[in-house]
Ligand binder design. Structure first.
Ligand code: ATP
Ligand code: ATP
Ligand code: MG
Ligand code: MG
Ligand code: MG
Ligand code: MG
Length: 256
């Protein structure tokens, strides 16, 4: 195609090709979801439908980007890990993070009624996005551990906070004051002594967040006459510990 005299402006574009041989993590996070969750009457501290919607959007992202090896989500955020040698979009950070976040967001709206059949979507939600590079597999594992530890800390706090508000009739300021300066042992003790709750028995969905990953499974297939097992790739979602080594030992190919 003939070049116009305006073509030179293309040179103003920044090169943003990610460093080779490093893990690319794209993390998206809901903008203003404190307010969004209130306006759409999310159950506190954890609305299961809202989390399930996030997970379904994440599955669509993995289906569309074959080079994403794993995703981890909690609250209004999701992290997506591209394999370290991906050439998707020539490794351009802006292309990767913008297509992931727009696909996630459009799915969030597209799938809304499936998870909230009786709650009207009051306005168009948005998510921010960033791309971060991790040069070693240990750095990447520490990144994922950081996000899961964050899930744990927030969920323990929120579980206490909403018990105090919903069952002990404290207002938000009183509940905040009650929890100020407490460590996790004290929060566990508060839940146990005042509400008879063993935090470790709370659902793993809330305590651990969600890991999504593509996995090959054997499913029944065939032409109807005789059933044969066929390997199929499915996107699996699990609520498991990814801080300890066990998960990675049982999924050796993920970061291989
Ligand atoms: P920002 O735009 O800076 O991200 P934010 O209001 O989204 O601001 P976050 O730190 O991202 O703040 O926190 C997200 C908030 O959304 C949580 O604190 C919680 O109040 C709410 N939230 C997200 N998911 C759920 C859920 N499944 N159930 C209940 N509340 C939720
Ligand atoms: P990429 O993912 O690389 O952007 P693309 O298929 O989106 O690939 P573009 O160069 O962005 O390619 O071109 C967008 C294409 O979408 C156009 O070539 C045209 O075929 C189609 N298109 C976009 N808008 C319209 C429209 N309003 N009416 C008809 N066709 C359209
Ligand atoms: Mg947010
Ligand atoms: Mg994959
Ligand atoms: Mg958040
Ligand atoms: Mg286009």
């Amino acid at each position: 195609m003939a070049k116009s005299r305006f073509e030179y402006v293309k040179m103003f574009e920044q090169l943003d090709r990610c460093l080779p041989n490093s893990w690319i993590v794209v993390r998206i996070d809901g903008k203003g979801f404190h307010r969004f969750s209130e306006q759409h009457k999310f159950k506190k501290p954890n609305d299961e439908q809202a989390l399930s919607l996030m997970n379904d959007c994440a599955k669509s992202v993995l289906t569309n980007f074959s080079d994403i090896v794993i995703g981890y989500g909690q609250s209004d955020e999701y992290s997506f890990v591209f394999k370290r040698n991906t050439e998707t979009y020539n490794r351009r950070a802006s292309k990767l993070l913008s297509t992931v976040v727009s696909l996630f967001t459009s799915n969030y709206v597209f799938k809304w009624t499936k998870f909230f059949p009786t709650t009207e979507l009051l306005y168009a939600p948005s998510f921010d996005s960033r791309a971060v590079l991790y040069p070693t597999t240990q750095n990447l594992r520490d990144y994922l551990s950081w996000r899961q530890a964050d899930c744990h800390i927030n969920n323990l706090y929120n579980t206490c906070f909403w018990k105090l508000v919903l069952e002990s009739s404290l207002n938000h300021q009183q509940a905040e004051a009650r929890l100020k300066g407490t460590d996790s042992a004290e929060k566990n003790e508060l839940l146990f002594s005042e509400f008879n709750i063993n935090y470790n028995n709370e659902p793993e969905f809330f305590r651990k967040g969600t890991v999504v990953e593509e996995r090959s499974v054997l499913l029944d297939g065939g032409d109807g006459e005789k059933v044969v097992k066929q390997a199929r790739n499915v996107i699996a979602a699990e609520h498991v510990d990814i801080i300890r080594a066990n998960f990675w030992k049982s999924h050796p190919s993920l970061l291989g």
